[in-house]
Design a protein around this ligand. Structure first.
Ligand SMILES: *[C@@H]1O[C@H](CO)[C@@H](O)[C@H](O)[C@H]1NC(C)=O
Ligand SMILES: *[C@@H]1O[C@H](CO)[C@@H](O)[C@H](O)[C@H]1NC(C)=O
Ligand SMILES: *[C@@H]1O[C@H](CO)[C@@H](O)[C@H](O)[C@H]1NC(C)=O
Ligand SMILES: *[C@@H]1O[C@H](CO)[C@@H](O)[C@H](O)[C@H]1NC(C)=O
Ligand SMILES: *[C@@H]1O[C@H](CO)[C@@H](O)[C@H](O)[C@H]1NC(C)=O
Ligand SMILES: *[C@@H]1O[C@H](CO)[C@@H](O)[C@H](O)[C@H]1NC(C)=O
Ligand SMILES: *[C@@H]1O[C@H](CO)[C@@H](O)[C@H](O)[C@H]1NC(C)=O
Ligand SMILES: *[C@@H]1O[C@H](CO)[C@@H](O)[C@H](O)[C@H]1NC(C)=O
Ligand SMILES: *[C@@H]1O[C@H](CO)[C@@H](O)[C@H](O)[C@H]1NC(C)=O
Length: 417
């Protein structure tokens, strides 16, 4: 008798559990259905970047994704002063509800009022399962558009398998003369099969400049164009675009030199340096800037706010005019740069903050002069990179480098650190 009762109660218990289970299952199905309706319609113009931080899964992390192809991404607003996630319902208004209010949801399962919260709970669960990446609205990803308008992959055959060096010169649309001078001087080394010299430009709103650029491109086919407006504040986008290009089209090259169009590069000297360090990995060579402090004066061209960078000292970085990256760093720098708070100081950002985060070594090489120096034959022959070179001066430097006159340099490089 007792035994029978016990069994019956077991049976009843099981039945009740099954019913509860079914109820939850039905609820779950409804939720899934509803959530689909909450996801973004395919052709909606949405501007999630503008309101708070958002999350996206790595479904949308593929390199082809751009700001207009993230329809699978559950957008979540994030309160930056508090690490808890806050959910934004997308289809209705922009109502924001805190997760903490969901704790009581189980007691209110049948309350119609709480339908939204139930939906949100389901979606949040899903988001958690997909291991979301939290992206701040001030991150580089929020403004960077991946891909290149002109990509010239043929300038790095076989992904650079047989190349030692790709030199990418940051240039501006209007700097045609600077590019011409480089092509006619040290850029000549780009003819060799073991290296390439290419230019990286953004876009311009001036149709006349665009016309000239198109002609230039037809003539030389050595200009890569990124998807950003070419301006001083977008210099970091230019570097990110360079990293993306090398990762996509030239990932097997041994070294990448990032430099500017007002630089003279002593390519034979640079090549010797590359050969010497051909086995090195995880390193950026250049002129090391140690313990530099952010400028907090709003009027400065180099102003950095607390929100952009909080600490009082930058991580050591290699200065922007020329630095040399072992190519194994390129992919990691590109990926990590996108999740970093955007800073227009491209050298601090890339070779300082992002490289530091990734544990990439920054190594000082004194031959990277990266400043204007006296154009003595000695300086030119012993240095790798000279800054602030007017295009008309490129020819003078080139001649001094290559006129065959060997000079005895008694003094070490005539510069101070
Ligand atoms: C979870 O996300 C995936 C992909 O975004 C989607 O296919 C699935 O329906 C979602 N499930 C729930 C319970 O929302
Ligand atoms: C999206 O916005 C652009 C310009 O802001 C407009 O040209 C386009 O028609 C819009 N698309 C839709 C589907 O609303
Ligand atoms: C980022 O979000 C904050 C609020 O969290 C807002 O004040 C700021 O304007 C947003 N920035 C951008 C670039 O959308
Ligand atoms: C998501 O990222 C993880 C690690 O970053 C990776 O292992 C996984 O393959 C990625 N999934 C997709 C669909 O890209
Ligand atoms: C990325 O886009 C390019 C052209 O737009 C295409 O050829 C390539 O297959 C795409 N890659 C992926 C991973 O979707
Ligand atoms: C989004 O990306 C997927 C695959 O990467 C592609 O099939 C689809 O056409 C893209 N949609 C848009 C609007 O670009
Ligand atoms: C973010 O959280 C802080 C602290 O919890 C709060 O004071 C602030 O109002 C919140 N901001 C928003 C936009 O919700
Ligand atoms: C974050 O917000 C939650 C709920 O709004 C609150 O309980 C918690 O104390 C906050 N944490 C911080 C660090 O502000
Ligand atoms: C580039 O810079 C200009 C002006 O400095 C700005 O208007 C633009 O939004 C920036 N971003 C991109 C992605 O072009």
């Amino acid at each position: 008798m007792f035994h029978y009762l016990h069994l019956r109660s077991r049976f009843l218990q099981t039945l009740i559990l099954v019913l509860i289970g079914l109820t939850f299952y039905a609820y779950y199905r409804t939720t899934v259905y509803d959530v689909r309706q909450y996801s973004l319609p395919r052709n909606t113009n949405y501007s999630a970047y503008q309101d708070g931080l958002h999350i996206h899964t790595n479904l949308s992390q593929s390199k082809n994704s751009s700001s207009d192809n993230m329809s699978l991404s559950p957008y979540v607003a994030h309160n930056s002063s508090n690490s808890s996630l806050i959910f934004t319902t997308l289809s209705t208004s922009s109502s924001v509800q805190s997760l903490s209010s969901l704790s009581s949801v189980s007691t209110l399962i049948n309350s119609k009022q709480k339908v939204n919260e139930k939906l949100e709970m389901a979606r949040v669960t899903n988001v958690t399962k997909l291991a979301p990446i939290i992206v701040r609205n001030d991150s580089a990803r929020a403004i960077y558009e991946a891909g290149h308008i002109v990509s010239i992959p043929e300038r790095c055959p076989n992904l650079g398998k047989n190349m030692d060096l790709v030199m990418i010169v940051m240039s501006a649309p209007t700097h045609l003369e600077a590019r011409t001078a480089i092509r006619q001087t040290w850029g000549h080394f780009g003819q060799r099969s073991d290296m390439s010299v290419l230019f990286m430009l953004g876009t311009t709103l001036d149709p006349r400049v665009e016309t000239i650029l198109r002609k230039e491109q037809n003539m030389y086919n050595d200009v890569i164009r990124g998807r950003f407006l070419d301006s001083y504040s977008n210099l970091t986008l230019k570097t990110i675009s360079t990293l993306e290009w090398v990762d996509t089209y030239c990932s097997k090259v041994k070294y990448l030199l990032k430099t500017d169009d007002d630089m003279f590069i002593n390519v034979p000297r640079l090549l010797a340096f590359v050969y010497k360090h051909v086995k090195d990995r995880n390193v950026i060579f250049g002129r090391l800037a140690r313990k530099w402090k952010p400028i907090r004066n709003r009027k400065s061209k180099y102003y950095v706010s607390q929100a952009q960078f909080q600490q009082s000292v930058f991580p050591d970085f290699t200065t922007g005019p020329a630095y040399l990256l072992s190519s194994d760093t390129v992919r990691r720098l590109y990926d990590a740069a996108l999740d970093q708070t955007y800073l227009k100081l491209e050298d601090v950002f890339t070779t300082g903050i992002v490289a530091h985060r990734l544990g990439i070594k920054r190594s000082h090489a004194n031959e990277f002069l990266n400043k204007r120096i006296q154009y003595t034959a000695c300086n030119i022959q012993r240095g790798i990179s000279i800054h602030m070179v007017k295009y008309s001066e490129q020819f003078d430097l080139w001649k001094k480098l290559l006129d065959g006159k060997r000079v005895i340099c008694t003094k070490y490089l005539q510069i101070n650190i």
